[in-house]
Design a protein. Structure first.
Length: 145
């Protein structure tokens, strides 16, 4: 026979978590940039010689994207416009976020700012940030005068 532990508040805790999830998401977005309407999900991968940042930006025209580096902070911003369906009558439901977005990432000092490249393909913005060659400490001999 096995015993099952009864947690009377577990369902209430799960419900509370589910109800609070949108508020937490909105608070995180406001913390990132109060003027942004939405924030695209981003993957960051560190490899031996570079970082790769991939952002999901479907429906954003590449001409409306901006990638910049200022004082060690990579900024990815853009604007997704709502499609105009003036011919359609009746009920409309919009779930995709539109408007301006901005994401910022602080980069380590080891990046090569001049070698950063960006491209957008199939709604995925990929920013490749190469690392500088590793500078190793070396011993300096002292000469007698």
């Amino acid at each position: 026979m096995s015993f099952v532990r009864f947690e009377p508040w577990s369902l209430f805790d799960q419900f509370h978590s589910d109800v609070d999830r949108p508020a937490r998401r909105d608070a995180a977005r406001a913390e990132a940039d109060p003027g942004a309407s939405w924030a695209p999900p981003v993957d960051i991968v560190e490899l031996k010689d570079r970082f790769i940042v991939r952002a999901d930006v479907p429906g954003v025209d590449p001409a409306d994207l901006d990638v910049s580096l200022d004082d060690g902070v990579l900024a990815v911003s853009g604007d997704r416009q709502r499609e105009q369906d003036s011919e359609v009558e009746g009920l409309r439901r919009y779930e995709r976020s539109t408007g301006r977005f901005l994401r910022r990432f602080t980069l380590p000092r080891t990046v090569d700012a001049e070698g950063i490249t960006a491209r957008c393909n199939n709604g995925i913005l990929e920013v490749v940030i190469p690392k500088q060659p590793e500078v190793r400490a070396r011993r300096i001999d002292i000469e007698a005068a």
